[in-house]
Design a protein around this ligand. Structure first.
Ligand code: GRG
Length: 307
């Protein structure tokens, strides 16, 4: 049974119950993810896709999408297929990132990585199938959303996933291993490898609801701030938290001799920078105090999280 859904619409400033909102929205997302991978052939591919997609995770990306949809006045489940698509793209990127040719990791979301269970070929294909299913979710499985809005969402998701986003950031990240990287390059990597998809989450949620340009501009500023802050905290957690809490191998950045914010700036200055970025992100949403409550709380969650 799903918990009662607390939405931004019924929220007076200061009275928002974030814990209830987060858990209720996460449960809605889990149910939609499960339904999106119903029985189909080949069963072995479906199993590999479900193994990673339904392995838990914070579900931050779909929740950001739904929160932006509500901020823009959207109601009901119209943005859920897009939210599911975003988690599918994210999960694909984790599967591919863990492959021996990339980060070569064997632990993700507290379980053996996809290729450890299903082999490299199947893991690559499961990632490919999740990426393409993501676009199907938007283009084919989003009933009731005007086609021109869906086209804008497809454009946003393709840019965030490809060379101008995830792939471009991952390439520069791989090329930078073992190199002395300056802050500009580090920011490029993070804004593309991590920030682009987080931006797509809030922008596509707003697009499904038909948000006006002014709100979309504010959401771009918000997304840039939380995107960089998210990655700074990720770098800090990699250094300071153990694998069993993270659900992935801790200390990887040191082992791979990666440039990180703590390496370039130190732990204290990195945290200060993350806090400043979150403050900037939240300031962009000040004109919408009531409905922005979930996005404001999500920004704080990004810097206070322990995994
Ligand atoms: C093939 C189109 C295509 C893209 C793949 C592999 C790759 C290109 C990019 C790597 C992107 C990547 C893995 C970035 C790291 C982002 C990150 C910090 C992930 C951790 O996110 P959390 O903490 O994880 O939200 P959970 O498990 O909670 O969802």
């Amino acid at each position: 049974m799903t918990a009662a859904v607390s939405t931004a619409q019924d929220t007076a400033p200061g009275s928002f119950d974030f814990v209830t909102y987060l858990e209720a929205t996460r449960l809605r997302v889990e149910a939609a993810l499960d339904a999106a991978l119903a029985p189909e052939r080949p069963e072995s591919l479906r199993e590999a896709m479900r193994y990673s997609l339904l392995a838990g995770g914070k579900r931050l990306r779909p929740i950001l999408c739904l929160a932006a949809f509500e901020l823009a006045g959207g109601q009901g489940d119209a943005a859920m297929p897009t939210a599911v698509a975003l988690e599918m793209i994210h999960t694909m990127s984790l599967i591919h990132d863990d492959l021996p040719a990339m980060d070569n990791d064997d632990l993700r979301r507290g379980r053996p990585t996809n290729h450890k269970v299903y082999g490299e070929a199947k893991a690559i294909l499961a990632g490919d199938a999740l990426l393409t299913r993501a676009f199907e979710m938007v283009a084919v499985r989003s009933p009731g959303v005007p086609a021109e809005r869906l086209l804008q969402v497809v454009a946003e998701l393709s840019q965030a996933s490809g060379a101008p986003g995830l792939v471009g950031g991952q390439v520069v990240d791989l090329e930078s291993e073992g190199q002395a990287v300056d802050l500009d390059t580090l920011e490029y990597i993070h804004l593309h490898k991590t920030g682009a998809l987080l931006r797509a989450c809030v922008i596509s949620g707003a697009l499904v609801a038909g948000a006006p340009d002014e709100l979309q501009a504010a959401l771009h500023t918000y997304a840039r701030g939380i995107g960089l802050a998210f990655q700074i905290i990720d770098d800090i957690l990699d250094l300071t938290t153990c694998s069993s809490v993270l659900g992935k191998t801790a200390g990887k950045d040191l082992t791979a001799d990666k440039s990180t914010y703590p390496k370039l700036l130190g732990l204290e200055e990195s945290r200060r920078r993350a806090d400043a970025l979150v403050a900037e992100a939240k300031a962009a949403l000040q004109p919408w105090p009531g409905r922005a409550a979930p996005l404001l709380a999500l920004a704080d969650y990004i810097t206070s999280r322990d995994r």
